[in-house]
Every structure is written in structure tokens, then in C-alpha cells.
Design a protein around this ligand. Structure first.
Ligand SMILES: Cc1cc2nc3c(=O)[nH]c(=O)nc-3n(C[C@H](O)[C@H](O)[C@H](O)COP(=O)(O)OP(=O)(O)OC[C@H]3O[C@@H](n4cnc5c(N)ncnc54)[C@H](O)[C@@H]3O)c2cc1C
Length: 301
């Protein structure tokens, strides 16, 4: 069975479970982390500096904690050679827990139903070398997507481009992974996309982030606060699991955006032959299941 939890809902669940135990600071950001004898001294853009036993950077693909501790993102980013735009729209095709994709060389247009078919997510994926744009300027990013897909008249492309214009939300980014030789330095450790982003196409990022947080918390408890020991064991437990799931991301990027007309025709033909389609589907499901189950979680006290 496929259970879908939307990102906002998961955020609410986690926040409500922790809000009485953790001190949340909103609308602020770390500007410096310095190791002192007393601990890690953290400076903020707005709040007063504080000293912590440990800093856990769970701040996503473009992690600020990673940049401050390990250096610029470029050294750890492995591009998969594509960009993705995704937004909420009406489920105007009446999809029933379903998704549809239209592939042309180097480009994919898609739509899938979400929130129990009450809405849908439109998406555009395209191959490209590195693009320069403002990461905080959604209008500029929409223009970029328009410039790539504007001349495509096939399938629902124009309808979805139109829907993107007024969408209530919009996400655009390069599809990439984060690969680092180590995730910890002194009192700083990274978790989730910040350390081992498998790319949105893998569909495994949230599981990796949650499992990573569970393992790190468990190892910290088992090591009774010995952060160096706990960080090393966290990495030992998680690394192979993270790598297996990153392979799913690589596979997905290669199969979702295809450059060759011939390969697209061949794949579409295979998908129309029920036997071949079943074989392909089973292979993909097996590969994802193997990666998703690629760790045996310890029972920490
Ligand atoms: C389009 C798309 C589709 C996806 N689909 C799936 C899917 O189907 N299944 C799946 O498992 N995963 C999916 N993912 C991946 C998943 O969203 C991520 O892997 C997951 O959210 C990683 O969790 P995280 O906590 O490490 O980072 P994030 O969820 O990115 O959280 C990082 C947090 O840090 C905050 N932050 C960032 N920088 C700063 C700063 N400087 N100061 C303070 N706070 C900061 C951010 O606001 C954010 O709240 C998808 C991702 C995308 C983009």
C-alpha cells in the first residue's frame, strides 16, 4: 500500500511532537560556529550567541551549517544534469492516485494527483548545464521554465505552463545529490539532505533524513553524550544505506529524462506490452524496496 504524507503535514506532525521539548527559534539563521572549550559557540543573524554541546545541521540540500563547517557546496554537490519545477494545481485530469508523464528528448512534463486526488502537482524536468539564476526569485525561475518549454505544444504542456503561472506554490532547483567523505567535524554533524541528499527523483530523501536522525539520536544516547563516538557510529550505520538510496536517484534521473528519441520510442513501446511493462515495473519496485530496506534499525534504549 502507498501512503502519501505531504511535506507540510509531516512538518506539522514533527513540530507538534517536539514543540514542548525543543526550543524553536523562528526567522533566524546561523552566521558562525566556533568550537570553544565550553562547546560550540553559535552566532545568529538576530538572536544572541549561544553555546551548545553539539550542532546538528539538518538544514537541507543547500545547508548553511555545512557551508560554515565544511566549506562551499560546490565541492560536495554532484549534479544529475537536470532541473525540476514543481507546483500545485487542480486535479483537472481527474487522476485517481495516478501520475502521467510526457517525455520528449531532454524534457519531461508530468502531473500526479495528491492529497487523496483533491489536488495535483504539475512538474517540468529538463536537462541542462549549470544555469545562473536567483534562487529566491520565483518569477525569474518561472520565466526560465517557460523559455525551455514554451514552444512545446504536445500533451498538457501549455495547460501546465499556464497553471504554473498562478500556482499557489512553486519549487525550482537543480537536481543534485550531496556526497561527502565525512558528515561530522568536531561538535558539528549533518543529517538528511545536508549530508546525503539522494535527489528529489529518488523519492527516498525523507526516509533517509528521518532514519538518519533516529540513528544519530540513538547513538548519542548509547554513547552517553560522547559526540565523537556517536558521530562515528552514526556514520558507520548510515553510509551504505545512504549510498544505496543515492543509486535510486541516479537511476531515476537517467530514466525520467531521456535525450534519445529512439530510447523514448523503445521505452514507450515496452510500456504498451503488458508482459514487458510488468517485468519493468517489478524490477523498479524491487530496486527501490531493496534500497529502502537497506538498513536494520537498532533498538536503542
Ligand atoms: C520536488 C520534490 C519532491 C520530493 N519528493 C519526495 C518524495 O516523494 N519522497 C521523499 O522521501 N522525499 C522527497 N523529496 C525529498 C525530501 O523533501 C527531502 O529529502 C527531505 O525534505 C530532506 O529533509 P531534511 O530535513 O534533510 O531537509 P529539508 O526538508 O530541506 O529541511 C531543511 C530545513 O532547514 C531550513 N533551513 C535551510 N536553510 C536554513 C538556514 N540558513 N537557517 C535556518 N533554517 C534553514 C529550511 O527552511 C527547512 O525547514 C522531494 C523533494 C523535492 C524538492
Amino acid at each position: 500500500m502507498d501512503i502519501e504524507i505531504m511535506r507540510d503535514d509531516l512538518g506539522d506532525i514533527l513540530y507538534n511532537l517536539t514543540k514542548d521539548k525543543a526550543n524553536y527559534i523562528w526567522g533566524d539563521s546561523i552566521t558562525a560556529i566556533q568550537e570553544t572549550e565550553a562547546g560550540a559557540e553559535v552566532r545568529f543573524a538576530h538572536s544572541k550567541p549561544q553555546i551548545f554541546d553539539m550542532v546538528i545541521g539538518a538544514d537541507g540540500l543547500h545547508s548553511n551549517v555545512r557551508r560554515l563547517t565544511f566549506g562551499e557546496e560546490a565541492q560536495f554537490k554532484r549534479t544529475l544534469g537536470c532541473y525540476i519545477a514543481i507546483f500545485t494545481t487542480d486535479n483537472y485530469l481527474n487522476l485517481d492516485h495516478n501520475q502521467q508523464f510526457y517525455t520528449i528528448p531532454g524534457k519531461t512534463v508530468g502531473i500526479y494527483s495528491a492529497r487523496d486526488n483533491t489536488e495535483a502537482k504539475g512538474l517540468f524536468i529538463f536537462k541542462s548545464g549549470t544555469l545562473t539564476y536567483d534562487r529566491h526569485d520565483a518569477e525569474e525561475q518561472k520565466n526560465l521554465v517557460n523559455s525551455v518549454f514554451g514552444n512545446e505544444m504536445g500533451w498538457e504542456t501549455q495547460h501546465l505552463l499556464h497553471a504554473m503561472k498562478d500556482a499557489p506554490d512553486f519549487y525550482f532547483d537543480e537536481i543534485c545529490q550531496i556526497q561527502m567523505p565525512t558528515w561530522s567535524k568536531g561538535r558539528v554533524t549533518l543529517v538528511g539532505d545536508a549530508a546525503y541528499c539522494p535527489s528529489p527523483l529518488s523519492g527516498q530523501g525523507t526516509s533517509l533524513a528521518l532514519v538518519g536522525a533516529y540513528v544519530l539520536a540513538g547513538e548519542l544516547k548509547a554513547a552517553q553524550g560522547d559526540y565523537a563516538k556517536a558521530s562515528a557510529l552514526y556514520e558507520q550505520e548510515m553510509r551504505t544505506f545512504a549510498e544505496k538510496n543515492q543509486k535510486v536517484g541516479l537511476f531515476a534521473a537517467e530514466s525520467m529524462v531521456e535525450n534519445s528519441h529512439f530510447k523514448i520510442l523503445l521505452r514507450n513501446w515496452m510500456l504498451r506490452v503488458p508482459f514487458l511493462m510488468t517485468v519493468m515495473f517489478k524490477m523498479v519496485v524491487k530496486m527501490i524496496a531493496k534500497a529502502a530496506k537497506g538498513i536494520t534499525l537498532k533498538e536503542y534504549d
